[in-house]
Design a binder for this molecule. Structure first.
Ligand SMILES: [Zn+2]
Length: 103
């Protein structure tokens, strides 16, 4: 008979640093800022400047409000390009500086 062993979430995450977890959230596009509306029943948050849906891709690549500061941190044409070719520290520094408390 096959036995199934469940592992508590905190044990599964034991080997993952907060920084890694933070990066995973950015890669999959699921953050408290962008997805808390699903649990709270509120509307999808919008970018205050652009009035478009506030998704991870928007604040990492598209938002014109952050063009200047983004260019100082990194340049990428897509999320794939960003996470494959940009130093992860540059991405996390940009996010920590501008969005960390919201994520
Ligand atoms: Zn925007």
């Amino acid at each position: 008979m096959l036995e199934i062993h469940y592992m508590p979430l905190n044990q599964m995450l034991l080997g993952i640093s907060i920084k890694d977890l933070f990066c995973i959230r950015l890669r999959i596009g699921h953050t408290r800022l962008t997805h808390s509306c699903l649990l709270s029943g509120h509307h999808q948050p919008e970018c205050v400047s652009c009035h478009c849906p506030l998704i991870v891709k928007h604040f990492l690549l598209d938002c014109t409000d952050f063009n200047d500061v983004r260019k100082k941190s990194f340049a990428a044409s897509s999320m794939k390009d960003l996470f494959e070719n940009v130093n992860l520290c540059d991405i996390t520094d940009f996010v920590k500086t501008h969005f960390y408390k919201l994520l």
